[in-house]
Design a protein around this ligand. Structure first.
Ligand SMILES: Cc1ncc(COP(=O)(O)O)c(C=O)c1O
Length: 411
C-alpha cells in the first residue's frame, strides 16, 4: 500500500475558517431571523476593474482566432506581463529586474506554499507571530516544523512575537534561522514596518545568511510615505529576499487567480556540500515541472490593471476598502475598543476588552451583535486576546456592523 506523507497528519484537523463557519451555521439555525454580518474572511466584495474586464474579453476574442490563439504559455508568465510588472511595480522605485526574475503565477498562496519544495528539510524556519497560516502549515507538510506543542507553537519553528507591547515590531530572532517569513503590510495585524525597520531585517539576513520570504500581497494598501512598497527598496535585499505579490487584493483577482514572485538572479542558497546555487534557477526548474502558467486571459487581465484607467479603477476600489477601514477604526475606538492596523492594510486588529479570549469575544460578538470576525489566536499564539476585522465588506454592512457593536458594548 502507498505510504502517505506523515507530516500531513500532524496538522490539526479543523481549520480556523471551518470552525468559524460551523459556529455561524449553528447560530443561524438557532436564530433563523437574525442577519449575520461577516467581516471575517479576507475575500473581496467589489467587482474587477473595468480595464481588466475589457482586456479579458479581448483575450477571449484572441483565443477565438487561429492567428491570435494561445495554447500553453511560458511557465514563467508572458513577457508582456513580466515587463509591465517591472516597468510599473519596480522601475518607479528605482529597482530594475530582468524579466527572467519575475515568475507569474496563480497567486501568492500557491507560491508562498510551494517555495518550500526547493528548500531543504533541515532548514530552520522563523515566522512572526501571529501569521498568515499558510507559511507554517506548508512547512509542517514539508517536515520542517517539529511537533505541535501545548502552547500552540511548533517545536522546530522560531516565533517572534508581534503584540501591542512591542508595537507589532518583531524582534530579530536570537537563535539561528535559515529562512524567515515576513509579511508587510501584515495579515492579520494590519500593521507595517517602516523603511528603517525593514532595513534592520535585511541587514540581519545578509549578516546571518538568512533567506527572507517577503509576502507583500497588501502592498497596494500602503498609504504612509515611510513604508516601503518592496523589500528591494532596501540595499542588499536582492541578495537575501524573495518577494511575493498578488492581484487578489489589489484588483479583486481572488477568483481570477494571478500573482507573481520575484527571485533575483543574485540570490543564492547552498547545497548539502556547501556549493552555492542560484535560487532563481532551481525555482525556474520547479515551476517548469509542476506549473503550466497562469492563463493568457488572466495575464491580460492583470496587465490591464497597469493601464491608466486600470490604475485609476484599482485605486478607487482600494480607497473604498480603506474608507471602510477608517470608519471601522473610528467607530470601534468610539465604542471603547483599542485598534491597530487599518492604515496601510485592509485589516483592523482589535484588542479584546477586559482580557477576554479571542474565541470568547467571537462568541459574544456573534450572539450579541450578530457580527462575525476572525479570532486572533487562529493566526498564532500571540494573536490571543485580539480579533481581526476585514475592511473588504460592503459599506452598508460595515456601517451596520459598527452600529451593532457600539450598541452591544454600551450595554
Ligand atoms: C498574506 C497573504 N498572502 C497571500 C494571500 C493569498 O493571495 P492569493 O489570493 O494571491 O493566493 C493572502 C490572502 O488572504 C494573504 O493574506
Amino acid at each position: 500500500m502507498a505510504k502517505i506523507n506523515d507530516n500531513f497528519l500532524k496538522l490539526p484537523g479543523s481549520y480556523l475558517f471551518a470552525n468559524i463557519a460551523q459556529k455561524v451555521a449553528k447560530f443561524k439555525k438557532e436564530n433563523p431571523d437574525s442577519k449575520v454580518i461577516k467581516l471575517g474572511i479576507g475575500d473581496v466584495t467589489q467587482p474587477l476593474p473595468q480595464a481588466s474586464i475589457d482586456a479579458m474579453h479581448a483575450a477571449i476574442e484572441d483565443l477565438a482566432t487561429k492567428e491570435r490563439f494561445h495554447g500553453y504559455g511560458p511557465e514563467q508568465g508572458y513577457k508582456f506581463l513580466q515587463d509591465t510588472i517591472i516597468d510599473n511595480d519596480y522601475k518607479p522605485l528605482g529597482i530594475d529586474f530582468d524579466s527572467s526574475e519575475i515568475f507569474v503565477s496563480d497567486g501568492a498562496k500557491s507560491d508562498t506554499g510551494n517555495i518550500g519544495d526547493i528548500l531543504a528539510t533541515d532548514n530552520k524556519v522563523g515566522v512572526t507571530d501571529p501569521i498568515y497560516p499558510v507559511y507554517i502549515d506548508s512547512n509542517v507538510m514539508g517536515g520542517r516544523s517539529g511537533n505541535l506543542q501545548e502552547n500552540g507553537m511548533w517545536s522546530n519553528i522560531t516565533y517572534t512575537k508581534c503584540t501591542a507591547e512591542n508595537s507589532f515590531i518583531p524582534e530579530l530572532p536570537k537563535e539561528k534561522v535559515d529562512i524567515m517569513y515576513l509579511c508587510y503590510p501584515n495579515n492579520p495585524t494590519g500593521t507595517t514596518l517602516t523603511r528603517n525597520q525593514l532595513k534592520e531585517w535585511v541587514d540581519w539576513a545578509l549578516a546571518n545568511e538568512v533567506l527572507i520570504l517577503f509576502d507583500s500581497a497588501y502592498e497596494a494598501y500602503i498609504t504612509e510615505e515611510n513604508v516601503p512598497h518592496s523589500i528591494y527598496e532596501i540595499d542588499g535585499a536582492k541578495k537575501c529576499a524573495i518577494e511575493f505579490r498578488s492581484y487578489s487584493k489589489t484588483a479583486g483577482f481572488t477568483g481570477v487567480r494571478c500573482g507573481y514572485t520575484v527571485v533575483p538572479k543574485e540570490l543564492m542558497a547552498t547545497t548539502n556540500t556547501g556549493e552555492k546555487v542560484a535560487i532563481n534557477k532551481i525555482w525556474n526548474r520547479r515551476q517548469c515541472t509542476k506549473f503550466n502558467g497562469a492563463s493568457y486571459i488572466t495575464q491580460r487581465g492583470a496587465e490591464a490593471t497597469y493601464s491608466e484607467q486600470g490604475k485609476e479603477q484599482v485605486k478607487m476600489t482600494i480607497d473604498f476598502y480603506m474608507g471602510n477601514a477608517k470608519i471601522m477604526k473610528e467607530e470601534l475606538e468610539a465604542a471603547g475598543l483599542t485598534t491597530f492596523g487599518g492604515l496601510n492594510a485592509p485589516y483592523v486588529w482589535v484588542k479584546t476588552p477586559k482580557g477576554m479570549t479571542s474565541w470568547d469575544f467571537f462568541d459574544e460578538m456573534l450572539h450579541k451583535a450578530n457580527v462575525v470576525g476572525t479570532p486572533g489566536v487562529g493566526f498564532g499564539p500571540s494573536g490571543e486576546g485580539y480579533y481581526r476585522l476585514s475592511a473588504f465588506g460592503e459599506r452598508e454592512d460595515c456601517l451596520e456592523a459598527m452600529k451593532r457593536i457600539k450598541n452591544w458594548l454600551k450595554k
